[in-house]
Design a binder for this molecule. Structure first.
Ligand code: APR
Ligand code: PHB
Length: 392
């Protein structure tokens, strides 16, 4: 079997790259370890930067997003009960779209299924080979049989625990890792959201977030200590804790109910550099992780593959490797800015074991500065709605 680009992983990064390449007339095969149903069962965040929504439009996948997604013109930041609205549209003339990652993935999968391109689900032991030489290849096992795919390039879109980054010699990569000593306990509930827009809240008991998937389905989070177990959080305990942490007006109008999903996610910041080793490229969570504060994970995956897709298209159209040579530098420039923003929002809004009285005053001053300064609000709005793809 042969293709031009072998893509490992059918998450949003792999599927979007496959679609971008398809539009550029570049043949590609996607190899995914899990089943399609499993991929769609994963619950993830759901805020699309304006640029990401534009990419879905360009890929011909915007119809459902426009019909079902919610346009948000701002967010609320809350600090010990005080609230500050950040008006994206007034500050930077941009907005975000609330549309779940699961739905983005569903739309990408449907387009893939309707194309003539090959996607192999439930591929075991996917292994990239010879990507430092001229004849890269990927092998995998399915139903007890070993298969092999020759290709020009391999792209690892296989998430944080994938095989692509792990196949690169350790000496060739520099890893940057920051662990946060807490997690987010998330609850999904079929109730209308407490507010029209998202509320990010700091409280001395810890962070809380009020989000949504639609006007009838809400998503809420509270910061929990490392090592806490979902079993110890009854719905009642969760709602009581959430109410304590958000502003009183929101707490009073919160519509609670039986949770339809409840899970704890750890937080980390991680970047691997560079994003290329020979004919193997990394994109999305395979290359970097951001804490969910700021909702950058999905958006970064999309901007990575847009940059890589452009570079591959230029390679096949003009036989120019300049774009491929520059992919890592270009993508990392944007990735680090999103890392900075996610780290900053996390630091402002969470309670850290080491925060102490000085740290709390600094957090408060950061919030007060944001309230008083249009420049600070503009910076938040610019980052939240998404930085440009140009290298600056
Ligand atoms: N072989 C084949 N497929 C693999 C392998 C492997 N060894 N390891 C992982 N995969 C698959 C996973 O099953 C998953 O479907 O790669 C896919 C990676 O998808 P995601 O984890 O969704 O990563 P990505 O596409 O980069 O999207 C990033 O996902 O985690 C969120 O916050 C993150 O929103 C961001 C987005
Ligand atoms: C979510 O809706 O799951 C969500 C929204 C915003 C975030 C993180 C998660 O920053």
């Amino acid at each position: 079997m042969r293709t031009q680009v072998a893509i490992i992983g059918a998450g949003p990064a792999g599927l979007a790259l496959g679609r971008l390449l398809e539009k550029a007339g570049i043949d590609n095969v996607i190899l995914e370890r899990k089943s399609g149903e499993y991929v769609l069962s994963r619950i993830r965040a759901g805020v699309l930067e304006q640029g990401s929504a534009d990419v879905l439009d360009r890929l011909g996948l915007g119809a459902r997003m426009h019909a079902e997604g919610l346009t948000h013109h701002g967010v609320d930041l809350c600090f010990d009960g005080d609230i500050q609205h950040i008006d994206f549209t007034a500050l930077v003339g941009r907005h975000v779209t609330v549309y779940g990652q699961t739905e983005v993935t569903r739309d990408l999968m449907a387009a893939r299924a309707a194309s003539s391109l090959t996607t192999i689900y439930e591929a075991d032991e996917v292994t990239p080979h010879d990507f430092d030489g001229a004849r890269p290849r990927v092998t995998w096992r399915k139903d007890g049989v070993t298969h092999s795919l020759d290709c020009d390039f391999i792209v690892g879109c296989d998430g944080f625990h994938g095989v692509a980054r792990a196949s690169i010699p350790e000496r060739a990569l520099t890893l940057f890792d920051r662990h946060y000593p807490f997690g987010w306990l998330g609850v999904m509930v079929d109730q209308p959201p407490v507010s029209d827009e998202l509320i990010y809240a700091h409280h001395e008991r810890g962070f809380a977030l009020c989000s949504m998937r639609s006007m009838t389905r809400s998503r809420y989070y509270v910061q929990v200590q490392e090592g806490e177990r979902v079993e110890d959080w009854s719905d009642q305990r969760f709602w009581d804790e959430l109410r304590r942490r958000i502003n009183p007006q929101a707490a009073a109008s919160l519509r609670t109910g039986a949770s339809i999903e409840k899970s704890i996610a750890p937080l980390r910041s991680f970047v691997a550099e560079p994003l290329r080793f020979g004919a193997l490229f990394l994109a999305g969570d395979a290359a970097h992780i951001v804490p969910p504060t700021g909702a950058k994970g999905l958006n970064l995956a999309i901007s990575d593959v847009v940059m890589l897709g452009e570079a591959l298209a230029a390679f096949y159209a003009d036989k120019s490797a300049a774009g491929l040579d520059d992919y890592s530098r270009r993508a990392l420039s944007r990735i680090w800015k999103a890392e900075r923003f996610s780290w900053w929002m996390t630091t402002l809004l969470h309670t850290f074991p080491e925060t102490g009285p000085f740290g709390r005053r600094i957090q408060r001053a950061d919030f007060d500065y944001l309230r008083a300064s249009k420049a600070a609000q503009t910076s938040l709005a610019e980052n939240y709605t998404g930085l440009s793809l140009a290298v600056e």
